[in-house]
Structure formats: C-alpha cells, structure tokens
Design a binder for this molecule. Structure first.
Ligand code: TYM
Length: 333
C-alpha cells in the first residue's frame, strides 16, 4: 500500500483550479485500495502571505467543507489541520539543516512571491519548500496529487529526502512524486487570459466552488476574447486557448469538437461558445456548491472530522519524528 499526502492553503473558497488540478485526484485516490491518503489544511503555509487572525478560522472551515463537498470521506482518508500536529514544526526545524539558502532562493514561487510582497519577504517564504517537504515526508509519502504549479516543490522534496538518506546513510524516506494518474500535471487557466486560475488573480478570473449560477454566467460572459479567427486553422491566442481548455474540463467531447471545428473554419461565435461553457460549468459546479453550503452550517461536523483526523495523523507523524531523531543521533538520555 502506498501513502498519499496533499494539502491546500486556506486562503479562500477553493476554485476550479484547486478542484480539477488536485482535489478531484484526492477523491479518486481515496477510492483506490492501493492508497492510504492524508489530506490536510496547510494553515502554517498560509501565514507566509496572509496574516489576518480574525479571518483564518473561517477560511480553514471553508476549506474543510470544500474537501468534504468534493467527495473526501473521513472514514476512508485522514483529514486534518497542519497546525494540529506539533511534530510538523519540529521535523521542519530538523529539515532546515539539510536545505541550502542558495537552492531556496532559486525557487520560482519564492521569486514570484518576493515580487508580489516586496514589503514582507519573510524567512517563512524562503523556507516554504522545506515546510512543504516536511508535510509530505512526515508520513513517508510516495505520491502527492497536485497541480502543475507544485512540480518544483516536489522536486525539492525529493532532493531533501535523498539528501537525508545519503547524509545519514539510511534508506528511510521514499522519494515522493507529483501524481496525476499517469497524465501530465494540470494547470487550469483563468478567465482573464492568464494561464493559471488563482485566488489572487483579477476579480472575474476564477470560478469558485461557491459561485452562484449567475456569478458563473456573468464571469464567463465577461471572459476575455479576441475579434475572432480570420483564416482557417489560425493559431489561437492565449485567452481563446483558455476557453477551449475550460470547455475540455466541463463540457462533453461532442460540444468541444463542434466549437473546435467552428474555430478552425472561422464560423465560431464566441457568444454562443461562452453561453454553452457557462451552462456546462454550472452543471459541473452546482452539485458541489449545494453540498458545500450544507456542510458550512454544520460546524460541529467539521470540527469532529478534523479532530478525529488529527488522532490518526498524530500516530504516523510521531513515529516518523521519533525515527528521524534516532537516525540523527538526538537520542541521548
Ligand atoms: P494551493 O493551496 O495553492 O493549491 C492547492 C492545490 O491546488 C492546485 N492548483 C491548481 N491546479 C491546477 N490549476 C490551477 N490553476 C491550480 N491552482 C492551484 C495546486 O497545485 C495544489 O495542488 N504549497 C501548496 C500547499 C501545500 C502542499 C503541501 C501540497 C503545502 N504543503 C504538501 C501538497 C503537499 C499550495 O500552495 O497549494
């Protein structure tokens, strides 16, 4: 049986990118008897950029509810909150001794974050990949379902795991890989022409799991397009590629193919394409939204899920931490 770990920062209601790029695979892996899954809320990670104590609790609850609404089942997998496990910051401290400043400074997400948050380039941002590696190796995971934006972090996780094994001459940590059922990792685009849907993008660029039908229609009808193709099989600009990519996710193959053909023979009407995309998006999101809204009002249930999850995750994390301390020689008296 292989161990699977993944997490999400509680920075708001999840969007289609989080769902399609990652959470959908958590659910698929949960149903696979070959996997034992740990799925958590990365609240420590969110502190690197979001420091609003009054909001954090609400965001964490929304993220747990989104996990459950997407189909995660606490009877089958372990759902917990990162900060509920003190073993994580302890192992993170030990892992920091294996991470080099130079390699951390080269990480693409770090460079992007320091551009966005010039006023707050904290050490937590620099060592973000060390904490993320800790999340993964604390359960000695083999597979990590994530979107394409996390690929480099997984590469670093493997480096830290290998470095630990070789420095202490052990074969303790597996080398975990980013996972999407044998396919390329996914990057869901935004509606504003950007290649990645994100929580921090422009107002109408992301479709959230709690968007109403009208929100979805409005955002899609306003999505960026160009003036249309003027020659057969013309190359597509990014914003049009994005609409087709979104259509591939939520529409039938038949629908996708008919608009694809219409683009190539220059008969496409973007208004029609957007209307179709909006209705298919509603069909995809509405059932999740309905469950999400029901779960959000049941705080007792949400807290029960993560407190039970904490117990299960605790055992696995304690065992790894004790082993690591032994291997590192932190075992006198
Ligand atoms: P986060 O919170 O930004 O995103 C959660 C998951 O959603 C995926 N994702 C996307 N996938 C496809 N297209 C998109 N537009 C898109 N946007 C987001 C992310 O790849 C991710 O899988 N560092 C992580 C959280 C984390 C973690 C971990 C993940 C902390 N520790 C250990 C795995 C294992 C992050 O910020 O994800």
């Amino acid at each position: 049986m292989e161990t699977v770990v993944s997490g999400t920062r509680p920075t708001g209601v999840l969007h289609l990118g989080n769902y399609y790029g990652a959470v959908r695979n958590y659910v698929r892996m949960q149903e696979d008897p070959n996997y034992n899954g740990y799925f958590f809320i990365a609240d420590f990670h969110s502190l690197t950029t979001h420091q609003q104590p009054d909001e954090l609790g609400k965001l964490v609850k929304q993220t747990i509810a989104a996990y459950l609404a997407s189909g995660l089942d606490p009877e089958k997998v372990t759902i917990y909150i990162q900060s509920h496990l003190p073993q994580i910051p302890e192992l993170y401290l030990l892992m920091n001794m294996l991470a080099y400043k130079g390699e951390l400074e080269k990480v693409a997400t770090f460079k992007e974050k320091i551009r966005q948050h010039k006023e707050n380039v904290n050490a937590g941002l620099l060592t973000y990949p060390v904490l993320m590696a800790t999340d993964i190796i604390i359960h000695r995971a083999h597979k990590v379902p994530v979107g394409k934006d996390q690929e480099q972090h997984l590469e670093m996780t493997r480096n830290f795991a290998k470095r630990f094994n070789s420095r202490y001459e052990v074969d303790y940590f597996p080398e975990p890989t980013a996972f999407n059922y044998g396919e390329e990792l996914v990057k869901v685009p935004g509606l504003d022409g950007s290649t990645k849907m994100s929580k921090s993008g422009t107002v109408n660029s992301a479709i959230f799991l709690d968007d109403s039908d009208d929100d979805i229609r409005r955002k899609i009808m306003r999505a960026k397009t160009d003036t249309g193709p003027t020659a057969e099989n013309q190359e597509r600009p990014q914003e049009i590629i994005n609409l087709f990519d979104l259509m591939q996710i939520v529409s039938t193959e038949e629908t996708y193919t008919s608009f694809d053909k219409a683009y190539n023979n220059c008969t496409i009407r973007y208004g029609d394409m957007k209307k179709q995309l909006a209705e298919d998006m509603i069909g995809y999101i509405a059932p999740i939204r309905k469950k999400l809204n029901e779960l959000l009002v049941d705080e007792d249930h949400l807290s029960k899920v993560v407190l039970e999850g904490r117990e299960k995750a605790w055992d696995s994390a304690s065992k790894t931490l004790a082993d690591v301390k032994n291997i590192m020689g932190l075992n006198y008296f």
